[in-house]
Design a protein around this ligand. Sequence first.
Ligand code: NAD
Length: 330
Amino acid sequence: MKKRIRELEDLLTRYNREYYELDEPSVPDSEYDRLFRELQALEQQHPELASPHSPTQKVGSKPLDKFEPVKHEVPMLSLDNAFSEDEFEAFSQRVQQRLDSSATIVYCCEPKLDGLAVSILYEQGQLVRAATRGDGYTGENITENVKTIRNVPLKLADGAPQKLEVRGEVFMPTAAFDALNERARQQDGKVFANPRNAAAGSLRQLDSRVTAKRPLHFYAYSLGLIDADAEQQLPASHYQRLQQLKQWGLPVSDEVKQANSVTACEAFFDDILARREQLKYEIDGIVYKVDSIALQQDLGFVARAPRWAIARKFPAQEQLTTITGVDFQV
Ligand code: NAD
């Protein structure tokens, strides 16, 4: 048992490095998720064998030295996953039990964009800094690169807080990704495994002129640091806060909706899954967040993820071409 646990730790550490540091995964996400779950289950069964440095306790990977480090005052965490309706229902029951409440919980339902998380800091309405998530505590300074993304405002509308950190996903729309890879094939350049890796590779460039040529897009999905006075003025609902971000000029996906029952959450999942192919960008699931900020605070966090949110993954659909030319079809 101990041997398998260490084996899984080593494998997942290697895959994390390939995925987060090199932007070159060698296995599909579904395979990674399967091994991650196996390790989680073994650690639960044998807590005495679990290492505090296990990949199940960590977010992302350490930032690359070639970028200036940025400390996240509010950590940028990951999300727990649910792979079935039953697992989502179990999550919602845990929420209800932890809050010791039988009241209806409203959820904010959001597409889970398949790109990479960034933090963008505005001071006096001006974009002053942008960073990757890194290991959740320290990210990489990519300010000049983020400034080249066309739908990221350099200046917010009047009325925005003096200090506002916005978090969201940078991704590459599917058509743009196909065109980029087609050009690369014709010119013997680097072909990216999928839009997520193309977005990550394009954003983590030392020369922002390279990033500027890449068709990246951004959607905001949460707030990080914000000045205390402004925080008091914000709506008490996560969904309403996203609408407020829109008014300050930040792009937010139009697909984001509130749902006031588990059934409504599941209907949202089915609807987006049915339209997955028609969306202009890749998503790998739905993120459900307890909508009330007060309840989010009551629920808090565990090691690497909030207790008030979960990502329900879509069935795997990926096709990954590795540098060795092996195709994975899942
Ligand atoms: P995650 O992708 O499961 O969930 C957290 C991330 O979701 C956030 O950091 C954010 O970037 C993103 N996100 C997208 N839309 C969001 C929204 N609306 N609200 C909040 N967050 C949103 O977690 P992770 O820690 O980034 O990555 C783990 C996953 O990455 C694994 O489950 C696996 O699928 C993949 N992975 C694959 C490999 C590999 O080798 N193939 C290696 C490491 C990780």
